[in-house]
Design a protein. Sequence first.
Lengths: 330, 283
Amino acid sequence: MNRPTRTLLLLTALLLLHTGARAQTETPAQSQPQSKTEKKKDDKKKKDEPRRYETVQFESKLMGVALPYNVILPSDYKRGAAKNRRYPVVYLLHGLAGGANDWVSSRAHLADHAAPYPFIIVVPEGHDGWYTDSATVPAEKFESYFLEELIPDVDSHFRTIASREGRAVAGLSMGGYGSLKFGLKHPELFVFAGSMSGALGAASWIPDDKLLAFVRPSIARVYGPPDAPDNETRRANDIFRLVRELTPEGTKALPYFYLDCGTEDFLIANNRDFSALLIEKKVPHEFRELPGGHTWPYWDRQVQEILRLAAQRLAPAADSKQKSKAASGR
Amino acid sequence: MKRLRLAALTLVLLAALAAYYYHYETVVRVETIQLTSVLVEKTLPYRVVLPPRYGLITSRATRYPVLYLLHGWGGDYDSWVTHTELARYAAEHQLIIVTPEGGKGWYTDGVGAGAGKYESYILQELIPDVDSRFRTIGERRGRGVAGYSMGGYGALKLGFKHPEMFAFAGSTSGALDAASREDDDSLMQTFGDSASATRAENDLPRLAREFPDARRGALPFLYLDCGLRDPWLAANRDFAATLAARGVAHEYRQLPGEHVWPYWDRQVREILRVASEMLAAPE
């Protein structure tokens, strides 16, 4: 073999080795985003990494209690180049017997799921309050708190797109109910409202022996005792009733509704009924039922769908020419 | 001078190799096969969308899962490729996609003269042909079937009648009640009159209602979606309710949309995502 041929053969061999290595590492990675070993590595990494969310120590004047909320910021939020950039916000509501820390705990991989999106994600504290102003305890105003205190606080401290086009709300179980209710009662505030495993019938549940024991006390506290099956609080917060009473103009003004439920979830019939009512009233929406129970593995999977769908509806992050009020904020 | 020539030659070779690699890394190849069917007594073409990297020397030992995508009434083997950007969507997945010709045969062995045995064609002629020509995972775990409208009906029906063949069956805007309808010549040609055995054997809601409990776990994963303004919305909701009542693993979605290509163009991407999750990875 002469020298040029040898050189060329060597080069070819090197190139092929290189492409071979790439093909081998990429093929399984693309078809199976997370193999078990990779996941383990991720978990280990997470422990060493700094926290990927911030906590805002918010004091509610309306309720007279501390209601800290968590915020996940988009990856470029703090880079100089983005200092005038405003971002859409996704409010993510927790379920009954949960709290503001659920969505940022290790049960959900929210920060990972959120990484591809330019969203500010806010996880509020809602106790067991059904995101509703209580019929029995005047100080517990979880709906008013959300609308009158939390949203303005978020909009004043972070570079948000502080309008309907830049605001979405979603949640699981009690939070799914809360999200759809906020969308129905305050359509001017949200462009997207999503529910996972939503406890959609909550406002018509009567807290007697027939209701699940762990749900009963909070239902009684928020909507009133069993002998008040049709009080003002129930009427104003029953989302089935709100949909039934929609006018054609009201329907047009609504945010886009998304709801899903696991076929093994005790709330599946509730969700099917609500989707049937939405069809009857011609309300644009997406409903999905798929294998799953009322569990975190289900919500950890479905929150990715929520983010994907919200991204199709929310205004994109944009640089504002005006100097941002919150540029030096949190 | 000799040095210069050598350098130039090397550069040319490098460029050629880079082009070769780039081509197979990113480009999805679409092929057309003409398959002569004994069962339908016609040459039935099918298209094959090959995944990126399929042709790379280093992928030559890799076998891929296959998704059969069936067309609807009035469509043909070319519909999926021409009415959607299937090749572009396929680039994000590691699937071989096959789009067969189904005529107006409802993917059923028709009773009428010249109706053709379209169900047997897929099982006995098409699948073996695909498995012999391409590097497929030639087993259930690596095989899925899906379709729109008539093809949605066909896909779910194949899933119920031949669960040992498919690990995934998907439908978008499926005409799921086909075997109980008589409002088109093709339905009469295929299924015969209302009391025919063919109707009973291919009645999808009935297959779902009567599928033996003990074999429930042997069914493919079922996916179905339907637009809110699609005439088949009720048929799809009813079918999903039957699956739920029978405890059959499935995903059902209803969302804004009609019985039109823009809807299927959007939903085929969802079908590819779900199918990729449910089918075996390339090996």
